[in-house]
Design a protein around this ligand. Structure first.
Ligand SMILES: [Fe+2]
Length: 279
């Protein structure tokens, strides 16, 4: 993908607070109703969309942080677009290890859907690419880190706060099998982030579970998948019985970031909890 983070897409926020929703790891299959570990990922995504619509109003942007399709099919991205269009807000995508970037580009109806830098009010949102084609684990690479550095320097000059998004986790989360897949050059990522006090959050997917931690002034956030959940603290692959969900973030003008996770209630989902693997 192009490594430049220039040419930011500017969004006019609806109010003083930027209201963001993150949906991640939707894993839509080529055919509607396809399943991941026994769960119909169309059904679960629709349940999460219904939840978002019932809980959040005035959303300024929807961020989709990878593994949007399960096998990179055009059909999956076409349906994804239709689901996300149920919210009357723009949505922005970045790739995960299950995605096919060329297919994402060819389906995206909005030329800004794969924007790498968004700006709204006092905030900059960066959409990084940690995908290594053919690999499950993530890495940013020197060019991506250099582009990040340049973009954060631009934000610093304009006194903006920054939220940095990517697919893979940049810290160990305590699941040995997933921690093998974390961003390989995470030390390089944090070396860049620590140079810019305006960085207030790092947001990712991939781990199919909630993580909320701090690194200085930086909120470190991982979020539930809209389909199957993975069990926290698991040594080997383990699915979890928790419901699908999403994360919301309110980004305030003073640089404060308020966030939370919400999960579907009152809907039963099938999931194969005894499955020994996931690719
Ligand atoms: Fe992933």
């Amino acid at each position: 993908m192009p490594h430049s983070l220039t040419d930011p897409h500017v969004i006019a926020p609806s109010g003083g607070t930027l209201r963001v929703v993150q949906l991640t790891d939707t894993h839509l299959c080529r055919v509607r109703g396809g399943k991941l570990l026994g769960m119909d990922t169309d059904h679960s995504l629709q349940a999460v969309m219904d939840l978002v619509r019932s809980e959040r109003t005035g959303i300024d942007m929807l961020l989709a942080t990878g593994d949007l399709s399960d096998q990179g099919s055009l059909e999956a991205y076409q349906r994804l677009q239709d689901y996300f269009d149920q919210l009357t807000t723009d949505h922005y995508w970045l790739p995960g290890n299950h995605d096919d970037r060329a297919a994402m580009v060819s389906v995206a109806s909005h030329p800004r859907r794969l924007s790498r830098e968004l700006r709204a009010g006092r905030w900059q949102v960066l959409m990084l690419d940690s995908q290594v084609p053919g690999e499950v684990g993530g890495e940013l690479g020197e060019a991506e880190l250099a582009a990040l550095d340049t973009a954060l320097a631009g934000a610093a000059r304009e006194d903006l706060y920054s939220l940095v998004c990517l697919h893979h986790q940049p810290v160990q989360i305590g699941c040995a099998w997933l921690d093998e897949q974390m961003v390989a050059d995470a030390a390089g990522l944090f070396a860049v982030l620590e140079r810019y006090p305006g960085v207030r959050g790092v947001l990712w997917g991939h781990v199919h579970q909630q993580v909320d931690r701090r690194h200085g002034d930086i909120n470190l956030m991982a979020s539930p998948s809209t389909c199957v959940q993975f069990a926290p603290g698991s040594e080997d692959f383990k699915a979890d019985a928790q419901s699908p969900g999403y994360r919301w973030l309110d980004l305030h003008d003073d640089g404060s970031l308020v966030t939370g996770v919400s999960r579907v209630r009152g809907v039963s989902f099938e999931v194969d909890l005894d499955s020994g693997g996931y690719l």
